[in-house]
Ligand binder design. Sequence first.
Ligand code: SAM
Length: 212
Amino acid sequence: MITSQQNQIKTTISELFEDSKYDMLKMMKGAAKSVFRAMQPLDFKDAYLSISKEQGESLIKLITDNKLKNSVEFGTSFGISTLFLAQGVIETGGHIITTELIDSKAKKAIENFERAGVSDLIEVRVGDAMETLKNHDEPIDLLLLDGWKDLYLPLFQMLESNFHSNTFIYVDNAEMSEVKTFLNVIRQNSNYQLQSQFGGKVVLITLKTRYK
Ligand SMILES: C[S@@+](CC[C@H](N)C(=O)[O-])C[C@H]1O[C@@H](n2cnc3c(N)ncnc32)[C@H](O)[C@@H]1O
């Protein structure tokens, strides 16, 4: 049963990666709009901006190796990363809350989750993550930060009370300047340790008092 579900998810992920092959062009168009003003999420409403297949596979391994269940994702886009998370939590009996600002992206992601047969594992919250995750009060085993970079720090601080000794915070785009600023703040906090992955694109934050 799980194998056929996994195959359905894998097929959907492959189709989405295939569809994302024009992302570079869409990103350039989005970036062109922001020459005279700050970049906005809507400038990239048609772009996937997804994590890589290798990152997705390492996320599945992180979830299954550490038996992570409760996952929260900031930045759904069209759902590629969420589907990798689903491949992990399907094995651990977990679930995912994911949040996306742009309605049309969230709608498409929901369709993709239906197509992959994993809607029952995923709750999609549409809107600004600072609002949609505001009253979150369940333990978080895995937090994936992959939305707009200026929100990493306030979101981390807002959700911090839900972290526990076995929580992982997966930070994508760690090489970007705003993310570096966020990571410098976390680095100064003696509760956390940071591990760089994928040549610095990703940083994994864990608590120093980890349960072994
Ligand atoms: C890098 S993409 C996410 C890619 C996705 N995680 C994947 O790998 O398939 C970032 C997404 O965050 C969304 N976003 C930006 N600001 C947001 C906010 N304040 N709340 C929720 N989502 C936001 C953007 O619209 C965009 O779709």
